[in-house]
Design a protein around this ligand. Structure first.
Ligand code: SF4
Ligand code: SF4
Ligand code: SF4
Ligand code: FES
Length: 955
């Protein structure tokens, strides 16, 4: 069973106004057809339900009705005049007529006015064939424009082409305000307004700025909403309208937005957010919507390559030769150094099926458990912490749940940059009145943005999360805010009593902890009371929680808080890790960790191993294998000699770069499977070309445990999908794999993994997506977890002692560096740096508070050296009020900025997740790059020269 590929363009039905939910049905008659619809439904939407299309322009079902165009007028028996059907709600017994001679007359007049101020260039217009104005002119039967075209008009209005992805052509604007409302209601940025009044009224970005200068974040919601060619994707202007579309899933962040990939043959014309996508509900961000150009970038390497030493030129070879060479090298290394001398790294950017195969390859064909994943460096503490306390290594809610939250607590996450589509949902709920608590060292955008203001910003010092969560819990326990009945019914009381006694100790009080966290005790008390008593309270957290030496402790602290207040097990509440990459959840689910088989079952468990041994036909090792940092250490020690890396760039993303590159240099066979010659590939001996998400079938699992289909929209540029490469390698190593299609891999996953038993490609076709657990108990998946009881039975409170990181500021390193990401770039930037997203962010900068900058004589834009105990790098400074004094910040999207040259090898006590968020540094003015950067530039240049002659950029 393969995922169905859609063939038509699949323009979704537009009901004109949003669907209303009500148990009360209202029955009315529209053009003689009786119809019952939920109370609150508009006449326009009810008409659509009855199969009657009322002409419209300013209405669309992603936005609240506005009633400005007057095209949707109807007649209602017993009512005077001609009410607009989009702004008139249904009433019992109502009799509506949508087509009468009078209505036809009015509509033609309205259209005549629009058209008299509209360029009549339909044949050459990029929206030709997909323009609502054109459609409506046809629908109302417009035949002439009596006013002529010579009057005052906007036909010469200047185009704004400043945005790299879409144009704004005001000459075609009908001032329906759909764009303005989309920016407000859907995106929550409020970048657009209608300037002036009457005839002079005009859409304007910001204060009459162009789009690029304005607050616009290029999410595309306005372009999506525009019924004309006024706001139009440049790709459509250049390529024309698509001829078919395929529903697939964004390959960037853990929100997992569904898109229609609109195609012209095998060429992608545009990505349009899918209205039925349950993660995104028709919305998108700049990355998924527009930044897909990397997939066909000339830097793509599409031929397998091998070389004996990393100083040798690459030699392009056939797939057969590359696979045979890799297998022979891995066998040689194992014969010489032992079975455990090789391993593999899976990627959270790859699909579930690909990840599953890589861990199977390592366990069954390599014969060891040396498999790890990049989730090691981001959310491994989530897996450990939530499994220990709640019994399952995953978030508890679906994204829709936030619309039932009364209080949101955002800890160590920056949703508007990292999870932008979900951030828009959060902001929508906040505008409806939900309360907001933010715990973050920086003043992130959500602290204060249009119509959103945090009730509490707990601006803690980096590294003090556990101290903060303990002081929040202290207030809840000592002020009698524990939900005793929930705890008694659902949790292990012995563990609770231990925790309660610990947390109630005076040393955990906000007043005591203020000395550690820097957060005023009164704010902590206020925030704790709000969280405990404000109604449904949900916690959303990110890497600012996990990437610490106490990451796992903090995750457990968060779970303690939710259990103590009963904020778990129903809609609107929960503990929700916001996953960074598209398939972090999936790569963990699929058994990418060295100690766990798929479904988070320990390799030492005999029954689990027996199950896999029977299905795979091999004996499995019962000892956990090497974690990524152990692989590096073992390489430097001489016992680990070969590595297969699929879709991951450890040389850029892992901490202490010099240690990583030392380890890679010492290996005898590094195999990199990727789209580009990434930083790790510069140390590789075999390069196997990867396939982008557009070139393969599979599934991704997002932060809500939602398994969504990834559908092939074009053939793989290198001739093979990634899973086929792993299959070929396994066969060459002598362990047979015989899959014909990724659906067969998913069927195997379902056979072996209790939470996936009910998952199949057929079900994904039927339901669109499904949240695990999906099995006999929950055939259509599980939106909310731990409803009746916790997965582990009784919820377990864990004592969360605050043990400060060993990384301390000193006179030599007086500042704390913390790292993060930015909206327009993604992770190591390999994809987004190869798109026009660079226009928003073309280098990593060091953000520094004005006081710290002034003390050092640093001005905005100056080159500064950032030195830590691990290394030194140089970048330009950005003076930023949003920093707190004593804390500096940077992103890690550009390899040359060397952010990870300075991060240390401190890591989480339970999972080894690196402590990216706390590095003691000194910052000084400098005039030249660091010595590491000079070496890096030289090495990069040499490595690019070793590629077969081709067009490359030095991105
Ligand atoms: S730009 Fe498009 S959506 Fe905005 S007012 Fe003009 S026609 Fe309407
Ligand atoms: S692209 Fe998004 S942020 Fe920019 S104006 Fe349009 S809706 Fe607003
Ligand atoms: S929010 Fe994430 S999943 Fe959605 S379009 Fe943006 S990058 Fe893609
Ligand atoms: S569609 Fe109803 S007034 Fe425009």
């Amino acid at each position: 069973m393969s995922l169905q590929t859609n063939t038509a363009l699949n323009n979704p039905v537009d009901y004109g106004t949003p669907k209303r939910v009500s148990e009360k049905l209202v029955t009315l008659e529209i053009d003689g057809v009786e119809i019952s619809v939920p109370e609150g439904t508009s006449v326009m939407s009810a008409a659509m339900e009855a199969g009657v299309k009322v002409p419209k322009l300013c209405a669309t079902d992603s936005l609240e009705p506005f009633g400005s165009c007057r095209l949707c007028l109807v007649e209602i028996e017993g009512r005077k005049g001609y009410p607009a059907s989009c702004t008139t709600n249904v009433a019992p017994g109502m009799k509506v007529r949508t087509q009468t001679p009078k209505l036809a007359d009015i509509r033609r007049n309205v259209m005549e006015l629009y058209i008299s101020d509209h360029p009549l260039d339909c044949l050459t217009c990029p929206a030709n064939g997909n323009c609502e104005l054109q459609d409506m002119a046809g629908v109302v039967g417009l035949r002439e424009v009596r006013y002529g075209y010579d009057g005052e008009n906007h036909l010469k209005a200047e185009k704004d082409t400043s945005n790299p992805y879409f144009d704004f052509d005001p000459s075609k604007c009908i001032v329906c305000s759909r764009c303005v409302r989309a920016c407000e209601e859907v995106q929550g940025t409020f970048a657009l307004t209608i300037d002036s009044r009457g005839f002079a009224s005009m859409v304007s970005a910001g204060e009459s700025q162009d789009f690029m200068e304005s607050e616009c974040v290029s999410c595309g919601a306005c372009v999506q909403a525009c019924p004309t060619a006024t706001l139009m994707e440049k790709s459509v202007v250049q390529k024309g309208q698509a001829d078919h579309s395929v529903v697939t899933t964004c390959a960037y962040c853990g929100v997992g937005c569904a898109f229609r990939a609109e195609m012209k043959g095998a060429e992608l014309v545009r990505m349009v957010p899918h209205k039925d996508g349950k993660a995104n509900r028709g919305h998108s961000c700049v990355k998924g919507r527009f930044a897909f150009g990397y997939a066909t970038h000339p830097d793509r390497i599409t031929k397998p390559m091998i070389r004996a030493k990393i100083s040798d030129p690459w030699r392009e070879v056939s797939w057969d030769e590359a696979i045979a060479h890799t297998a022979s090298e891995f066998k040689r290394i194992q014969a010489k150094y032992g079975r455990g001398s090789i391993g593999g790294i899976t990627s959270s950017r790859c699909s579930n099926e690909e990840t599953y195969l890589v861990q199977k390859l390592v366990r069954a064909a390599f014969g060891n458990n040396n498999v790890d994943t990049c989730a090691r460096v981001c959310h491994s503490p989530t897996g450990y912490g939530l499994k220990t306390t709640l019994g399952e290594s995953a978030g508890t809610q679906d994204f829709d749940s936030v619309m039932k939250s009364d209080v949101m607590m955002v800890i160590g996450a920056n949703p508007t940059d990292g999870h932008p589509v979900f951030a828009s949902r959060m902001k929508r709920r906040l505008r409806q009145g939900a309360k907001l608590i933010i715990a973050d060292p920086r003043t992130i955008d959500m602290v204060r943005s249009p119509h959103v203001e945090a009730d509490y910003h707990l601006q803690l010092r980096p590294g003090t999360n556990v101290a903060l969560v303990n002081s929040l819990a202290h207030v809840i326990v000592t002020e009698g805010l524990v939900k005793e009945d929930f705890v008694a019914a659902r949790c292990d009381m012995k563990e609770f009593a231990k925790w309660k006694a610990f947390i109630a100790e005076a040393r955990n009080s906000p007043e005591e902890m203020e000395k550690v966290t820097g957060v005023p005790a009164a704010s902590v008390r206020g925030a704790a009371r709000l969280y405990a008593t404000g109604g449904n309270a949900a916690i959303y957290y990110g890497l600012g929680v996990t990437e610490h030496s106490q990451g796992s402790t903090m995750v457990m602290g968060i779970a303690n808080l939710a259990m103590a207040t009963g904020n778990i097990g129903h809609e609107g509440v929960g503990v929700n890790p916001l996953r960074g990459q598209n398939n972090v959840q999936g790569s963990c689910d699929m058994g990418s960790f060295p100690h766990e088989l798929p479904g988070y079952r320990h390799v030492s468990d005999d029954a689990t191993r027996a199950l896999f041994e029977k299905e795979w036909g091999v004996k499995l090792d019962n000892e956990p294998g090497l974690r990524i940092p152990n692989m590096f250490d073992a390489s430097i020690d001489g016992s680990f000699r070969g590595l297969y890396i699929q879709g991951e760039d450890i040389a850029q993303s892992d901490p202490d770069t010099q240690h990583v590159t030392h380890a890679l240099t010492d290996m005898e066979c590094v195999v990199v499977q990727d789209l580009f010659l990434n930083e790790s590939a510069k140390f590789a001996h075999v390069f196997l070309p990867g396939s982008s998400f557009l070139e393969k079938n599979g599934t991704f699992t997002n932060a809500e445990r939602r398994i969504s289909p990834v559908r092939k929209v074009m053939p793989p540029l290198a001739g093979k999908e990634d899973w086929e490469v792993t299959v070929a390698l396994s066969n060459a190593l002598g362990y047979p794999m015989n899959y014909k299609h990724p659906s067969e891999i998913m069927d195997e996953i379902a056979r072996l993994t209790p939470t996936f038993t009910g998952v199949s490609y057929r079900k994904l076709d039927e339901l669109g997506s499904v949240q695990w657990p999906c099995n006999d108990h929950a055939p259509e998946g599980t939106p909310t977890m731990h409803v009746e009881e916790f997965v582990r039975g009784k919820g377990r409170f864990v004592v969360t002692e605050f043990i400060p990181t060993e990384e301390r500021t000193t006179g030599k390193y007086p500042l704390i560096l913390t790292t993060g990401r930015i909206l327009s770039q993604y992770n190591v930037g390999a994809q987004t740096r190869r798109t026009a997203n660079n226009l928003w962010h073309d280098e990593d900068r060091l953000e520094i508070h004005p006081h710290d900058a002034e003390q050092r004589g640093i001005k905005d834009g100056d080159w500064v050296g950032v030195t830590s105990r691990a290394g030194e790098t140089v970048m330009r400074a950005r003076i930023a009020e949003r920093m707190q004094p004593g804390v500096v910040y940077t992103t890690f999207h550009f390899p040359g900025s060397g952010a990870n040259v300075i991060t240390t090898d401190n890591s989480d006590w339970a999972t080894n997740c690196p402590e990216y968020k706390v590095t003691a540094v000194q910052v000084t003015q400098v005039t030249q790059p660091s010595s590491w950067q000079k070496r890096f530039e030289e090495f990069t240049s040499t490595q690019l020269d070793l590629l077969p002659k081709r067009e490359t950029s030095k991105a």
